[in-house]
Ligand binder design. Structure first.
Ligand code: F0G
Length: 473
């Protein structure tokens, strides 16, 4: 459906293209060799060998005319840059948080935050930790506990807010283990659970519990605008409010947030930590100066601060968000029609293929998600990312046995304002080919892996095709 005028079905992109960036084409034979060289890990592929890159929506977006213009205003002063003041003002108005610390990307904010809040013996609850968040929580010695709402388990159910946190589980935890919990966190939208939104009702519930048990509440707000858009379109009582007002309301339920600005900040690099508590300022500021840079630039150039201030202003534009949600839904429906099962309802930044359902003959420890992602590249030069047992599975202490992830998903993430509907149509066509030839897709085994965040660097190899049953003599 056309996001702007319901009489037409073309998704007309609400922008025109001022600068053309060629995309590469390769042959199937070249891609087979490239895959082998990459150890069947798509993170190891050179980007100039990828035709449609849906690896991530992070830092891959196109900046607007206004953002490019803003770069020239960048004040590169080491201290007191006017660009920082502009960004600080935009963030304060958006979030209501007084203290704003710029960092180079989301995980830098996580490092700072969990150095202060984490530590051995503590537990950090979240609806679902993103992988870098989990890694920082665990590296601090704390336990990262996911409390997704029960509705997130069924990949086919149409529940409008599958990103919610399980409030009953949070309350039980606060009651039983309250002394071990320094901070409650929630990720909007819930990336690890399929880019699904969190309802305002759920955020209010978390707020109430945090107030009752005296705990600070921080949002991982990388995709706050997409979350706010879904609240507007799916939650009762919000249809008449602007996305901007809804985003402001979301932030005001929390005590602080961290933002990977590479998503809804609409920039290629950047991040933020913002909060209310004056007590937190000194320890976080000291860590910022030690790790990232002085407080008025953090890990960013002055021009990046300007582009981010502009990006945060643009991202709540409703024509843009309508087009974005419509594009994700178009890709999702297209894959489904082609015979590829996908997570529903469609989320904000990506479509998640249910690889367990698509490749039931490949067990989790042979990585059906990674096998699907490798096949998508082999056949169409499309790059996606596995979010399954390669990313989240764990080895049992002694042996080969894996504790599988809860789901075997493959994420096709749409960079912001980059690809057109024709690119999306092409992806759907390639997926339809995979659906027809799914029996030829083989599982993978790990050849080498790192102890943490192994999916970034692991090397894999395809398993031999199952032997045909010998004919009886
Ligand atoms: N939180 C969420 C919800 C994220 O999705 C990410 C990054 C981060 C934190 C970390 O931010 O990359 O700026 O350090 N997600 C990217 C992705 C990498 O592909 O989803 P970062």
């Amino acid at each position: 459906m056309n996001p702007i005028d319901r009489r037409f079905k073309t998704i007309i992109e609400p922008f025109k293209i001022k600068m053309a960036e060629p995309i590469p084409f390769t042959t199937r034979r070249e891609r087979a060799a490239l895959l082998k060289r990459a150890g069947y890990n798509l993170f190891n592929l050179p980007a100039d060998k990828v035709t449609v890159d849906l690896l991530t929506d992070s830092g891959t977006g196109a900046m607007s005319v206004e953002q490019w213009a803003a770069l020239l205003r960048g004040d590169e002063a080491y201290a007191g840059a006017t660009s920082f003041r502009r960004l600080e003002d935009v963030v304060r108005r958006l979030t209501g948080f007084r203290h704003v610390l710029p960092v180079h990307q989301g995980r830098a904010a996580e490092k700072l935050l969990f150095s202060v809040f984490g530590g051995p013996g503590t537990v950090i609850p979240n609806n679902s930790h993103f992988d870098t968040t989990r890694a920082h929580v665990e590296t601090s010695g704390a336990e990262a506990l996911d409390l997704p709402a029960p509705q997130s388990r069924n990949t086919q159910s149409i529940h409008p807010f599958k990103g919610d946190m399980d409030l009953a589980a949070l309350e039980r935890l606060l009651k039983r283990e309250g002394h071990r919990i320094p901070l409650v966190t929630a990720t909007v939208t819930n990336n690890s659970a399929g880019g699904q939104p969190v309802s305002m009702g759920n955020l209010k519930g978390i707020r109430r519990l945090c107030t009752r048990y005296g705990k600070p509440f921080f949002l991982d707000a990388a995709r706050f605008a997409e979350n706010a858009y879904f609240i507007k379109t799916r939650e009762r009582g919000y249809a008449h409010k602007s996305v901007r007002a809804i985003a402001e309301e979301m932030f005001r339920l929390a005590d602080g947030c961290w933002i990977s600005a590479k998503k809804d900040g609409m920039v290629n690099i950047g991040g933020l930590l913002a909060f209310t508590s004056a007590k937190l300022l000194a320890p976080l500021r000291n860590l910022l100066i030690l790790n990232e840079g002085f407080t008025t630039y953090g890990g960013m150039a002055g021009r990046d601060l300007e582009a981010l201030a502009q990006g945060l202003t643009e991202v709540t534009g409703e024509d843009y968000l309508r087009y974005r949600a419509a594009t994700v839904a178009y890709l999702g429906r297209g894959l489904e029609t082609a015979g590829v099962p996908v997570l529903k309802p469609f989320g904000g930044h990506a479509v998640y293929v249910d690889a367990r359902a698509f490749l039931p003959a490949i067990p989790p420890w042979q990585f059906p998600g990674q096998a699907f992602a490798a096949a998508l590249y082999l056949e169409g030069g499309i790059r996606a990312v596995e979010i399954g047992s390669l990313m989240f599975g764990r080895r049992s202490s002694g042996g080969q046995e894996e504790t599988p992830a809860r789901q075997e998903l493959v994420r096709l993430a749409l960079p912001r304002r980059v690809y057109t509907q024709a690119h999306v149509d092409y992806c759907i066509e390639v997926a339809a080919l995979l659906a027809r030839e799914r029996r030829r897709i083989r599982g993978l085994r790990i050849v080498t892996e790192a102890p943490i965040l192994r999916h970034f660097t692991a090397r894999l190899a395809p398993l031999p095709a199952p032997r045909k049953r010998r004919k009886a003599l």
